[in-house]
Design a binder for this molecule. Sequence first.
Ligand SMILES: Cc1cc2nc3c(=O)[nH]c(=O)nc-3n(C[C@H](O)[C@H](O)[C@H](O)COP(=O)(O)O)c2cc1C
Length: 267
Amino acid sequence: MAETRFSECLIYWYSGTGNSFLVAERIAETIAADGLSVSMVQIKKNLIPIVPENALIGLVFPIAASGTYPFIWDFFKRLPPADNKIFMADTLGGFSGGIKGPLGRCLDAKGYQRIGAIEIVMPENFPPGRKSSGRQAAKRIEPGLEKAEDFAKNLLHGETSWKDIPVVSELLGAVCRFKSPWQLMRRIFAFGIVAEKCSRCGLCVKLCPVNNIESTGDGVPVFKNGCQICMRCIAYCPERAILSKYGQGLDYRAVSAEKLLIDWRKI
Ligand SMILES: Cc1cc2nc3c(=O)[nH]c(=O)nc-3n(C[C@H](O)[C@H](O)[C@H](O)COP(=O)(O)O)c2cc1C
């Protein structure tokens, strides 16, 4: 039985290729098994956060450029002032360092009580063209999900913490909050749709969390210039028609596209 009772648990999550979705889902299922009602809400550009009184709030997302994607940071900044207990879990390929500190201080300033933070190594989904994600999946996903489950159990019993190395975390975290690294990555990889391969199914338009891919009616969708390199469109295109400018795709996804299309779900 949990040490602290909450009215409910609300987990805000984002996942480009499914790793963070799996972690969010495992945490949600573990907390729900303890008798708490849990909702999973997908973070997208301009989502307005709701923080019900006495709810346990969770934030689950991928690491990118040592921190996270700009639209996820914007979401964190939009969280309303509140004194709810809150936790975070990120997934990463190997090294981050730049999120627990800056996010922790953003939440402190709003009045939240930080009760736990965890970083879970999952298969790498970057850069495009990488070949080893499938092999990593076999080795990393199950241990990662076990870690998520233990974390959720410990959370409910008040046995987690949120530690970081302040100055180092601040410096690393600053990288992803500047525009230039994203502009540079956009220039280097320059994702685009190969018109001859595209079946015009529109899945990429639906999956893009920042509305950067625009439908052109019956035509091939077009990329605008706000891509945040989350790898969703490239990983899930059924025709493998989305490639970097060097012709590289991504042969990795941890869950089906259908799971990533659900914005709100009760566990
Ligand atoms: C643009 C980009 C930048 C990334 N930067 C990092 C990084 O700095 N450190 C790291 O360990 N992993 C990094 N990764 C790997 C992802 O964090 C990791 O594969 C994550 O589990 C993906 O989660 P998702 O499937 O939920 O999107 C990066 C991935 C992308 C697409």
